[in-house]
Design a protein around this ligand. Structure first.
Ligand code: MRU
Length: 352
C-alpha cells in the first residue's frame, strides 16, 4: 500500500490478519506500508531496518510470534511454533533489549494459556491480544514519559537529540521526542536540534521528518556540528532514547550518542535519556556486557547508493555505543525521573 497522507503516520498497524509495516528505509521520500504475513517477513524487516527503534522492534516481534504460530493445527503444535518463532526472531538484532523483553512476554503468555487448556482458536486470539496490548501499552507509556520529560523543560529553550526516538520508533509519540509533541499541544516553543545521525541518517530522514510534519520547530545539523551549536549557547538540554540501559545506568544508544554526552558535560548541559521500563535490563550489570551490533561496511562506503570511500578500504561500523552512567543526568521513565545512584534507583523501579 502506498499513500501520500502524512497525518497520523504509524510505524505498525495490525489490520486484516496481517502486520502493515511502514518501510522506514524509504522515508522521507516515500510512504509505503509493507504487508507482513510470516515470522520471516518480520525478521527480515527488523534486520534490514524497515522497522527500527527499540520499542517498535519489540512490538513487531510480538506480532511476528503471532504470524509464526497461526498455521498450527493443534494446541501442542501451536505452543511449539510460538517458541520456535520467538527463538528465531530473537536472532534478528542483538542490542535493543525490548526485542527480548517482548518475545519473553509472548512466550510467558503462551505458557500460561497452554496451561489453562483453551481451544486452538481461543489460544491464537489470546496471543494476538497480547501483541495488541504490547502496542497499546507502549503508546500510553510514552505519553507518561513525555509528561515527565516535559517537567524538566521550560518554554523557549533549545534541546538537542540524536537518532530517532520518536513516534516512528515506537507505537506513538516516541520516548525522547514525546515531550516535544506535548509541548506543541500546550503551545510551548521548544527549538529542537536534530543530529543527522551517520551513517543511516535516522535523524535527518526520520526525526526531522516527523517533527516537521507535526509543526515542531526543528533544525537539522550534521553530527559534527553538535559541539559548535552547544558552544553558541543554543542548547539547554540533550535528550535521547536508548536500546538498553544496564543495571548500573550505562546506556546503549545509536552510535554517536556517547560523543554528544561528552560534549554536553563539557558545556554544562544536562544529558537526559528517555525510555520505558522494558528497555532497562537489570540482568546486564554494566554497558561492557551489552552486545553491540556491527553492520555492513556499505552503510559507510556507499550509503544511499553513492560510493563515498575507496574500494577495499577497511571499515568499522558499530551501530551503537555506550554512554557511561557518569554522563547521564537522569533517566526518564513512565514511572518518573531516575537519578544517580542508578544501580540503586533503577532496581527500585521494579520493586512492587
Ligand atoms: O538502529 P536503530 O535505528 O534501530 O537505532 C535506534 C536508536 O538508537 C534509538 O535511539 C533507540 O532504539 C530508542 S527508540 C525509542
Amino acid at each position: 500500500m502506498t499513500t501520500t497522507n502524512y497525518a497520523g503516520l504509524q510505524s505498525l498497524i495490525w489490520h486484516d490478519d496481517k502486520l502493515d509495516l511502514l518501510d522506514q528505509r524509504l522515508l522521507p521520500e516515500e510512504i509505503v506500508y509493507l504487508p507482513l504475513v510470516t515470522a520471516e517477513d518480520v525478521w527480515e524487516s527488523i534486520r534490514h531496518l524497515k522497522v527500527r527503534g527499540a520499542p517498535a522492534i519489540g512490538i513487531s516481534a510480538a506480532y511476528g510470534v503471532v504470524l509464526g504460530s497461526r498455521a498450527a493445527e493443534s494446541a501442542e503444535d501451536w505452543h511449539a511454533d510460538v517458541r520456535k518463532a520467538a527463538d528465531y526472531l530473537a536472532t534478528s538484532r542483538p542490542t535493543a533489549v525490548n526485542l527480548f523483553w517482548a518475545l519473553d512476554r509472548m512466550k510467558a503468555r503462551a505458557e500460561a494459556l497452554a496451561a489453562e487448556g483453551h481451544s486452538l482458536d481461543a489460544l491464537k486470539q489470546a496471543l494476538l491480544d497480547e501483541a495488541i496490548a504490547i502496542q497499546s501499552e507502549d503508546e500510553e507509556t510514552n505519553r507518561m514519559i513525555g509528561e515527565h520529560a516535559l517537567s524538566l523543560f521550560q518554554d523557549d529553550i533549545g534541546v538537542l537529540t540524536h537518532c530517532n526516538a520518536g513516534g516512528l520508533a515506537t507505537a506513538k509519540y516516541g520516548t525522547a521526542l514525546a515531550p516535544f509533541y506535548l509541548a506543541k499541544e500546550r503551545g510551548m516553543n521548544i527549538r529542537v536540534f536534530a543530529d543527522e545521525t551517520r551513517p543511516v541518517l535516522q535523524g535527518a530522514r526520520l526525526t526531522a521528518f516527523e517533527l516537521q510534519q507535526a509543526g515542531v520547530d526543528v533544525t537539522l545539523i550534521c553530527d559534527n556540528m553538535a559541539g559548535h551549536v552547544m558552544s553558541k549557547g543554543w542548547v539547554n538540554a540533550v535528550i535521547v532514547g536508548t536500546d538498553r540501559v544496564a543495571a548500573n545506568g550505562d546506556v546503549a544508544n545509536k552510535i554517536g550518542t556517547y560523543s554528544v554526552a561528552v560534549l554536553a558535560k563539557a558545556h554544562g548541559i544536562p544529558f537526559y535519556v528517555a525510555c520505558p521500563l522494558s528497555t532497562i535490563d537489570l540482568n546486564t550489570p554494566t554497558g561492557a556486557e551489552i552486545p553491540i551490533e556491527e553492520r555492513q561496511a556499505e552503510e559507510i562506503t556507499e550509503g544511499f547508493g553513492k560510493r563515498t570511500a575507496p574500494q577495499g578500504v577497511k571499515v568499522y561500523n558499530p551501530a551503537f555505543d555506550i554512554t557511561p552512567n557518569e554522563y547521564v543526568t537522569a533517566i526518564i521513565t513512565e514511572k518518573g525521573i531516575i537519578k544517580a545512584p542508578f544501580d540503586v534507583n533503577l532496581k527500585k523501579l521494579f520493586e512492587a
